[in-house]
Design a protein around this ligand. Sequence first.
Ligand code: ZN
Ligand code: FE
Length: 263
Amino acid sequence: MAAISVHPISAFQDNYLWIIQNGSHAAIVDPGDATPVIEYLGTNDLQLSAIICTHHHADHVGGVEHLLDVLNLRGKIPVFGPASERIPARTKALSEGDRIAVPGIGLTFDILDVPGHTAGHIAYFGHGMLFCGDTLFACGCGRLFEGTAAQMTASLTKLKHLPPETKVYCAHEYTMANIKFAEAVEPDNGDLKLRKAFCAAKRHRNLPTVPSTIHLELATNPFLRWDQPAVQAAASLRLKRDIGSNPAPALVFGAIREWKNTF
Ligand code: ZN
Ligand code: FE
């Protein structure tokens, strides 16, 4: 385990493709673009041993076939992906309850179904790491393209209950914009102010603000904080009605998510 390291490879405007290395082997998570991955593998003298996909969007799977072809790995390494979505060249169709052993890097991950952003979105959890694609972001969450607020609330509830020290490897650098919105929801959240200062310093040096931790998300991410009076009050204002002292999580989450869509 000591030999494991995880690095972000930047792609497009704000995507992170996560590469998990162990010795001379590596697995890539959500390769939306093959080119920067091939460059990284070459520069670091790494052999690709698996491709891991969280959902079907092009910025997450667009480089899968190119990687397999350019590296001549078609049929030689597994392509993991959600069972209910169309993933190019997928060889292992996964859903909740599955556990995978990733060749080369020697890690196992448990699969969680996290529908909401897409209908079949999955997340990979193991060894204190969560690869959650576009479901949970640093201080934010994915848009509801194919799912409902109730589904996303249930998905995020699963992630809330992971060990607090779990590192959250999300797929985009959206953190500063998310923090700006979170401040509008919870202007008095002191942890959020600290997080803003910390993340702003990172961005000034052009460093990633991720991975974060479940612990930090629980303290600052408005999309996990539907049980907080301040977040419920913000939802009430958006909905223009009193939602009482014990509102359904999906009601609060849905109101905050809709607000973010136009923020
Ligand atoms: Zn997506
Ligand atoms: Fe994405």
